[in-house]
Design a protein around this ligand. Structure first.
Ligand code: FMN
Length: 218
């Protein structure tokens, strides 16, 4: 029996399941949960996530999840986590794909983001991250554009069984020059790259959904 691949895909050839491939599906609307790794007022990474929402191509819906309601992780509470964590887990579970917008703190992922990921990943057998497609982006005021943090984040995604998009990568260096005072991207090439990232995430998500359908998974 082949499981339903998900409400956001329209199956066009149910009569011949052996022939399912990405082109047999039309993505109607992909829900992307964007998680900025900074809770700072005026965060460039939150701005990046908001621009992704605004620039998302038709058929891609981006919702932002702010991490300011997530307390420090305490394993004593993992079976009955705080409200903010429950909400995060539900949002991750119901999203077709994730977009992390991470700052770089001391060459790595900020504690705020790692803390939220740790919460949502527990208990291990209930992790909503398993098998989830994810795109990684990041903005920093430095010249490396969060590349070091992003590679650490990729490693974390591997540990969680996620499918991290390999290309394109999106590093935003010198972030203080890439956004206007309202947080809108002023660099046209960056706008294109952000759109390309979402398009590639859609492609990866469709491929994974088709493969899962072929394998009989959800
Ligand atoms: C504790 C701390 C450590 C930082 N370490 C780095 C770093 O290793 N590399 C880098 O490019 N920027 C570093 N920065 C600068 C951040 O990239 C910059 O503050 C950025 O704007 C943070 O993201 P946000 O605007 O989304 O809050 C650091 C900033 C802080 C507060």
């Amino acid at each position: 029996m082949v499981a339903d691949p998900g409400f956001s895909l329209v199956e066009t050839r149910r009569h011949n399941l052996s022939a399912i491939s990405p082109i047999n599906y039309v993505m109607v609307c992909m829900k992307v949960l964007a998680i900025p790794g900074s809770i700072r007022r005026g965060s460039y990474n939150r701005a990046l996530a908001l621009n992704a929402k605004d620039l998302a191509p038709e058929g891609i819906e981006v919702e932002i999840f702010d991490l300011d309601g997530i307390p420090p992780f305490n394993q004593d509470l993992e079976e009955s986590p705080p409200e903010g964590v429950i909400a995060l887990k539900e949002k991750v579970r119901s999203a077709d794909a994730l977009l992390f917008c991470t700052p770089e703190y001391n060459y790595s992922v900020p504690g705020v983001l790692k803390n939220a990921i740790d919460w949502a990943s527990r208990p291990f057998e209930e992790s909503p991250f398993e098998g989830k497609p994810v795109a990684i982006a990041g903005a920093s005021t430095g010249s490396m554009g969060t590349s070091r943090a992003q590679y650490h984040l990729r490693q974390i995604c591997v540990g969680l069984g996620m499918h991290a998009l390999v290309y394109p990568e999106l590093f935003v260096p010198n972030a203080d020059k890439k956004f206007d005072e309202h947080g809108r991207i002023v660099d046209e090439r960056l706008k294109e790259k952000l759109t390309e990232l979402l398009e590639s995430l859609r492609e990866l998500t469709a491929k994974l959904k088709c493969r899962n359908a072929q394998d009989g998974g959800g």
